[in-house]
Design a protein around this ligand. Structure first.
Ligand code: AHG
Length: 341
């Protein structure tokens, strides 16, 4: 087989981007390469999940009080291992770890970035062959290079993200990452084991026809959210409707689809989870960054997600993200005064 040299690999792309910055050290390219490497290992295990004894519960409960699947642990260990032994990351925060992990060795202390991960999002879908994913977020540390990183390096507003991305382990495996310069997607070519540029310069359509929300929670949502969902269902053709409801239960896949096709994803507060379900640092910040760079919007219903000052690594938030015009319409309902009784 002759390799098609017209394809651009993830490494080639990030190095080419770096050349535009004469003072770039290549650390971010190295970090993205390491994340790509770890995700390829996770991908192999996800693909054979039905074949080996890696399916099922690991028998432990994670820090969120949720059941941990074996693949969650495997994925977490891969990202921790690859980044610990790489030269570009000073420490990580992970949805699977109680506390931040400070690598604290000479090479890591001299790295300028920290990473936050949801190593395997949508893990309830593992057993039933539905797409799952990894979400990541990269910050430049605040503390001086040469010292161990501390919690303040991780508790930064999302607006400070240097890069954010996700990997979907689906019908194909795709890695999408954003920097302030743009959002690009790379599909894993299994024949050469490389992520290759397949979705250059992704832009989120300003509007779309898809809304994604857990309808099972409908009667737990606030009135204004329920009104908006009703509007989604009642759109006429003249108003751009009818909308289609799509909800996989893997945010990575739901938001990816809406990013490409146009749409809105919502995980509002519910009575049993008044602070929302999704994690600000591991899930919402990275997607808010990616979607905003692509032209969309993301809020918690009151403010821009990227402007929330985190106070704890595992904090949760209501989350609304998607196409700009759809988000603006949602905001008119969220901001409307409650109807008089
Ligand atoms: P988890 O990784 O714990 O399975 O959570 C998945 C997240 C997110 O990806 C998804 O959109 C949402 O939780 C689904 O939650 P509900 O089942 O409550 O709708």
């Amino acid at each position: 087989m002759i390799i098609n040299r017209r394809v651009q690999t993830l490494d080639e792309f990030t190095i080419q981007q770096m050349r535009d910055f004469p003072h770039a050290t290549g650390e971010l390219s190295g970090l993205l390469r390491d994340i790509g490497l770890a995700s390829k290992r996770v991908n192999v295990e996800v693909n054979k999940a039905g074949l080996v004894d890696i399916l099922g519960d690991a028998g432990s409960i994670n820090v969120q009080g949720e059941e941990v699947k074996k693949l969650d642990i495997y994925a977490n260990n891969q990202f921790v291992g690859v980044l610990r032994h790489g030269i570009s990351c000073a420490g990580i925060g992970s949805e699977e770890l109680d506390d931040i992990l400070v690598f604290d060795d000479e090479i890591s202390n001299n790295s300028k970035y920290v990473c936050l991960f949801d190593p395997l999002d949508g893990s309830a879908n593992i057993d039933v062959n539905v797409s799952i994913g990894t979400i990541f977020s990269v910050f430049r540390r605040i503390t001086p290079v040469g010292t161990p990183v501390t919690i303040e390096d991780f508790l930064q507003k999302g607006i400070n993200q240097v890069a954010a991305g996700y990997v979907i382990y689906g019908s194909s495996t795709i890695l999408v990452y954003a920097t302030r310069r743009g959002v690009n997607g790379f599909t894993l070519d299994p024949s050469i084991g490389e992520f290759t540029l397949s979705h250059p310069d992704i832009k989120c359509p300003p509007s779309g026809k898809i809304y994604s929300v857990n309808h099972g929670n409908f009667f737990q949502y606030e009135d204004n959210i329920r009104k908006y969902i009703n509007v989604c269902q009642q759109k006429s053709v003249e108003e751009g409707g009818p909308y289609t409801q799509r909800y996989i239960g893997s945010m990575v896949s739901d938001v990816h689809r809406n990013l490409i096709k146009g749409g809105i994803f919502m995980y509002p507060a519910i009575k049993s989870k008044p602070g929302g379900k999704l994690r600000l640092l591991y899930e919402c910040n990275p997607f808010a960054f990616i979607v905003e760079v692509a032209g969309g919007k993301a809020t918690d219903g009151k403010q821009r997600i990227l402007e929330i000052q985190p106070t704890a690594v595992h904090e949760r938030t209501p989350f609304f993200v998607g196409s700009k015009l759809m988000m603006e319409e949602l905001e008119t309902y969220i901001n409307a005064a409650p109807a008089e009784a």
